[in-house]
Each structure stands twice: as C-alpha cells, then as structure tokens.
Ligand binder design. Sequence first.
Ligand SMILES: Nc1nc2c(ncn2[C@@H]2O[C@H](COP(=O)(O)OP(=O)(O)O)[C@@H](O)[C@H]2O)c(=O)[nH]1
Ligand SMILES: [Mg+2]
Length: 231
Amino acid sequence: MLEGQRVGVVIPALNEERSIASVIADLPSCVDEVVLVDNGSTDRTSERARSAGAIVLHEPRRGYGYACLRGIDHLRARRADIVVFIDGDYSDYPEDLSSLISPVARDRADFVIGSRMIGEREVGAMLPHALFGNWLATALIRIFWSYRFTDLGPFRAIRMASLQQLQMRDCTYGWTVEMQIKAAKHKLRCVEVPVRYRKRIGKSKITGTVSGTVKASAKILYTIFRYALSS
Ligand SMILES: Nc1nc2c(ncn2[C@@H]2O[C@H](COP(=O)(O)OP(=O)(O)O)[C@@H](O)[C@H]2O)c(=O)[nH]1
Ligand SMILES: [Mg+2]
C-alpha cells in the first residue's frame, strides 16, 4: 500500500509518563519514525518515550501547536511523505493508524481526519461540552467553507506536501481547526475515517479542566471567525 512512502508520527505531549509507552508500542510497523515533542514535562515522559523507540524533541514554548510545528520541522528534514498526529494520552487506538493513512497512501485523499463521531466511543471518553464544541465548530466550517467534517479529532494523517501548502501557524488550541479550515480553503481532498476512542490514562489538561476548556473554546471560535472574515 505504501510503496516507499515514509510515514512519520508526531506526538505532542505534556506529562504523559503513564500512557506514552503504550501509545508508541501500539503503533503499527508501517511507521518509519515517531517523534515525541515534549513541552516541558516534569515527569518521565521523555525517558519513557525514548525507551519505547521514539525520537524525543524538546519544545520550550508551551503550546500544542508549537509542539506540532516542531515535530513537522523534524519530519520534513527526515523526508517523511505522510505525517500522522496522535495525542500522547492513549485515548486514540494507535492500531487504527493503518486505516487512517490508507486513503492518503492510495492517493484517494490528501488529508484524513480520524473521526470519533463516526467511530466507536467509550462512554465518558468525550465530555458533553467537548461533543458540543465539535458539533458547533464543524457546523461553522460547513457554513463558511462547505466542507463536511464531523470531528476536530487530534488523530489525523496528511500528505507532507499538502501540509506544507497549509503553512500552519497556530501555536496552541486552534491547531486542529486551523488545519481543517485551511484544508477546505486549499480544496484538499479530505476524508474522514472512523476511529475508536477511550478514556485517557492520567489527567486531562484541556477539556477536562475549566481553564483548558475556556481557552480552547475561545481559541477555536476566534480561529474560525478570523479565517471566515479574511476569506
Ligand atoms: N506539547 C504539548 N502538548 C500538550 C499541551 N497540553 C496538552 N498537551 C497534549 O495534548 C494532548 C491532548 O491533551 P489532553 O490533556 O488529553 O486534552 P483532552 O483530550 O481535551 O483531555 C495530550 O497528548 C497532551 O499531553 C501543551 O501545552 N503542549
Ligand atoms: Mg486527550
């Protein structure tokens, strides 16, 4: 299926020592390189990731987007053809990576979102406000750019050449929605595949906290309206 295409995985992580080794261990063998971008963890996330076989990079600027940008820079230098993003909390099933990359590998798509809305979701794995936020953000994308997504899920695959076209900028919580908006604006071939989702290991830093939820919601809405008004 891959015919020489190199697959690189970026894992942005902050204090995920309990889950990170499982995330890396469960990735399928078609993955060529795993990059863990540590954003100043105070636990053993980096050590555990290195022992599990990942390249560990440190990004001093705190933020999900900064970590992803750092991972992309590394994979570009390593000549990856397909980039996969997955969180470090073991909510996603790394084994699902094979079906996630399949449309890109077969040249049926440029960008694939792993959708937790059409996949099997453990009860309580996504909190009600996260489900509502996803619904609202994807509805706004449909209204403004006529692209139908069902999720802003973090588990996603994109062709490196397409990713470079998008010139990603967001440094924090607007990362996932920015990628989808820009994919729509650039008319990338986007598809969704169902992915499974379970309760995370360890503590949530975003949707499981009040401040994370407020900041993420504000940034996602700001990003949508900013791009809508500038297009
Ligand atoms: N690099 C980096 N990763 C982060 C940051 N905040 C959260 N993460 C990671 O982003 C992913 C999603 O965060 P999580 O706490 O699971 O949020 P939730 O899915 O809304 O509960 C996890 O892999 C976290 O380790 C951050 O500031 N920097
Ligand atoms: Mg999570």
